[in-house]
Every structure is written in structure tokens, then in C-alpha cells.
Design a protein around this ligand. Structure first.
Ligand code: FES
Ligand SMILES: [Fe+2]
Length: 434
């Protein structure tokens, strides 16, 4: 009988094996990553036929390509001859993918189109055999330019899977006066020694920020104290934002949903990062272009939705207000790669994009003083959970006090509730027992 591991994650606590056991990791890859809709590309990266990016479904390398028929195909980056990775680049444009081992050639929809010296098979292999095509994801769909793939043939549609999280995608896109966003630049990748769930559990944990990130809060404050005049810049505001007193963190809204998704309200209270003041010339110019595009009421609605991290279970983190995205790639039970990138708002002042890149560097890059704090914690926790001193970790802060919300999910009685973590484990139990 299949082990569902449900006894390892009752409500409010989790057994350390869930973070350290390779058998559970394999089961997660099959049952969670094998059934979820996973972000694989943004359409702006593959606008033209032949353009492709490489991506992952769980630990499995994939290619996402725009074919000559104009459709997007997602297929395994694993040669059907003897298993070599067909494409080593992260993105580019090709007429065909030629395997670097023995030269089998595949079209941009994954079908096999050529075998060098094919007569050696004496007619026993037919390149047109669909079984020799690169293995396709069962379903591919796009939500307003965000391309997702799902390995499972059955299950909820993409919009049903995203549920209320479509609002985060909508808001990110609607913030562009031109109604579209583009992923034009590259991004960062960071590998940490720790389980993938540690990052998801941290991203909407309002209890940790002022404690774990105290050193960068203090450093930013020291710089501000030394400044003679002039405006504090964005990075300083970002670093200081983590230093909000816990009583004020409790005022921040924290939302959790079935399916494991969650988001938090905004917690920057001051400075240019809030985009609240027209004294900032860039914001004033941006606001004007939004009003021209949408009318005043709608523009204020879009710009006024003050939220921070939106977590789409199991591995996507969006920050619509600052056009940021993080994507987790689980590598093994104790190793994860974090991809971070940002978007350009079409028809917004160019300085808005520069701010978004600065935000990415300051908060979500390997050079960030904030990310490095979090990663140091993940490393330390992973090592500790490998040891048998104590078997359980606790996720019960606020348990029993979360309330139903009219957005269809729940809201924490206080911002420091561990509601998002419990929502993730409710989804984990659900998917692991399928
Ligand atoms: S492994 Fe790809 S052609 Fe041989
Ligand atoms: Fe953090």
C-alpha cells in the first residue's frame, strides 16, 4: 500500500523527516510537482518561432519552445536515444535541437526529425515513431502571458488551480500602462543547502523579518543617520522595512487559501518604495501614464493594491507591486535552486524598470544582505533536522484563530500567524495522499 506520510504532518506540526528523507522527496516530486501547474516561461521570452527557454518540472529538465505553428510546446530535455541533455543553454533561438552525443535532431515541438547514419538501424527504427519524440508535458496553458505546464493529464484547469491567485497575476500585468509586461533581462540563480519547503515557509513568515534581518535593518538605519541631506534611496527603504516592530507586523494582513497559496499585505510604511507620493517625479510620471491608460478610479485601484509576497504553491513567489518573481527548483531533499527575475511594465517610465532591477538586486540576488540571512538559516535548519535530537517542528502560531475571509480563503487574526505555513501543509497532505 502507498505510504501517504500523513502522520508526519498533522495540523500545526511537522516531523523532521519531511525535510530530510529522500524517499519523501521523491514522493513529493511525483505527487506534488507531478500534479501541480508549474510556471515554466513568460511568453515575452519566446515570442518568435524557434525561441526557447529551459525550465524544470520538479527535478526534471524541460525545454519550453515556440514552434513554427505558433504554439508553445513543453517537452523533456532528455534525448530519447540514450538520455543526454539535448539543450545546454538557458535560452536562445533554434531551428532544431541537435543532441550533442550522437546528433539526433528534434524539432521545436519535440518531434524527432533526424538520425545521423540512420541506415545502421536496418529499418528497425522509424524516426516518425511518436514514442521517439521528446516526452511532452501533458498540459500547457497560459494565463495572460504566464506559461504553466502540468505533467498530469487530469486535474483542475490552470485558472481553477490558480484560484484567487489570478488576482496577483492580473495586478502585476495591470500595473503596466500598456497592459503587458515583459521579461527582457536575465535573472539570478542561488543554490542553497536546504529543502525547497524551507523557502516557501519563510516567504510569508512575518515573525522572522525583524529578527533574522536585524543586521541589515541596523546597517540601513546607520547610513540614514549619517546622511546629511537628500532622499533615502530605495535599497535603504527596503532594508529598513524589515525592521517594523512586531506589533506593526501584526497589523499586516496575512491570507491563506486551500491549494497552499497565500499572500501578505504591504508592510513598507514610508519612503519612495511605497509609491505613495507624487513628490517622487518618477511615481508622478508613472501615475499620469496609468490614469491616461485606465482612467483615474481604475488606475488608483490597481496602484493602490498594497500587497507583498504572493505564493503560488508549490514553488512560485510573486511580488506584483515591485514586478518581482522567484521560482524554486528542487534539486534534492537538501538542495534547492532559487531563480529570481523581474519584469518591465510596458509604456511605464524606464526608471520604473531600473527600480525593479534594483529591488531584485537588493532583495532577491546572491549579493542581497537580506537573502543571505535567510539562506544561512535554511542551511542551519537543514543540518539540525538531519540530527535526531528532536523529531518535530512547530507551526502552531495563531492556530485556531485564523478566520474565514470573503476572498474564499482565511485571514490570520494577526499578521504573525503561521497560517500560510499551515495552508501549505494542508495542500501537501492533500496532494501526498492522492
Ligand atoms: S544520446 Fe542523444 S543522440 Fe545519443
Ligand atoms: Fe527573510
Amino acid at each position: 500500500m502507498k505510504d501517504t506520510f500523513l502522520d508526519l504532518a498533522p495540523e500545526g506540526r511537522v516531523h523532521r523527516r519531511v525535510y530530510t528523507d529522500p524517499v519523501i522527496f521523491k514522493a513529493e516530486m511525483e505527487r506534488i510537482y507531478g500534479n501541480a501547474w508549474l510556471f515554466v516561461a513568460h511568453e515575452s521570452q519566446i515570442a518568435e518561432p524557434g525561441q526557447y527557454v529551459t525550465a524544470h518540472i520538479g527535478e526534471r529538465p524541460m525545454i519550453v519552445a515556440r514552434h513554427t505553428d505558433g504554439e508553445i510546446y513543453v517537452f523533456a530535455n532528455r534525448c530519447t536515444h540514450r538520455g543526454m541533455k539535448v539543450c545546454g543553454a538557458r535560452r536562445g533561438s533554434k531551428k532544431r535541437f541537435v543532441c550533442p552525443y550522437h546528433g539526433w535532431a528534434f524539432a521545436t515541438d519535440g518531434s524527432l526529425i533526424g538520425i545521423p547514419h540512420g541506415k545502421g538501424y536496418n529499418g528497425k527504427i522509424d524516426p516518425k515513431d511518436p514514442g521517439l519524440a521528446l516526452d511532452r508535458a501533458a498540459r500547457v496553458d497560459s494565463y495572460r502571458g504566464f506559461v504553466f505546464a502540468c505533467k498530469a493529464e487530469d486535474g483542475p484547469s490552470l485558472t481553477d488551480y490558480l484560484g484567487p491567485m489570478t488576482r496577483a497575476l492580473d495586478n502585476m500585468i495591470d500595473r503596466a500602462p500598456g497592459g503587458e509586461i515583459e521579461m527582457t533581462g536575465g535573472g539570478f540563480r542561488q543554490r542553497y543547502r536546504g529543502n525547497w519547503k524551507l523557502h516557501m515557509e519563510n516567504a510569508n513568515d512575518l515573525m522572522h523579518a525583524s529578527i533574522v534581518h536585524a543586521s541589515s535593518v541596523d546597517a540601513a538605519q546607520a547610513v540614514v543617520d549619517d546622511m546629511e541631506d537628500g532622499e533615502e534611496d530605495h535599497a535603504l527603504q527596503m532594508f529598513k522595512g524589515n525592521g517594523l516592530p512586531l506589533a506593526m507586523m501584526d497589523e499586516v494582513e496575512i491570507h491563506g487559501f486551500s491549494g497552499g497559496h497565500s499572500y501578505m499585505g504591504g508592510f513598507y510604511k514610508e519612503g519612495p518604495i511605497t509609491q505613495a507620493t507624487d513628490e517622487d517625479l518618477v511615481v508622478a510620471q508613472y501615475r499620469k501614464s496609468m490614469i491616461d491608460a485606465y482612467g483615474e478610479n481604475r488606475a488608483e485601484d490597481i496602484m493602490g493594491w498594497d500587497t507583498f509576497n504572493h505564493l503560488i504553491y508549490p514553488n512560485l513567489i510573486l511580488n506584483p507591486k515591485h514586478q518581482q518573481m522567484r521560482l524554486l527548483q528542487p534539486v534534492s531533499v537538501d538542495c534547492t535552486i532559487v531563480h529570481s527575475m523581474c519584469f518591465r511594465l510596458k509604456n511605464a517610465p524606464e526608471e520604473m524598470y531600473r527600480r525593479s532591477v534594483r529591488f531584485l538586486s537588493a532583495l532577491n540576488s546572491p549579493a542581497s544582505q537580506i537573502t543571505t540571512d535567510d539562506i544561512a538559516m535554511f542551511n542551519s535548519i537543514q543540518i539540525a533536522l538531519d540530527e535526531a535530537d528532536s523529531d518535530w517542528i512547530d507551526l502552531s502560531r495563531g492556530l485556531g484563530h485564523d478566520r474565514p475571509h470573503d476572498d474564499g480563503g482565511e485571514i490570520g487574526a494577526v499578521g504573525t500567524s503561521e497560517l500560510p505555513l499551515r495552508a501549505q501543509y494542508a495542500a501537501w497532505r492533500d496532494l501526498m495522499s492522492q
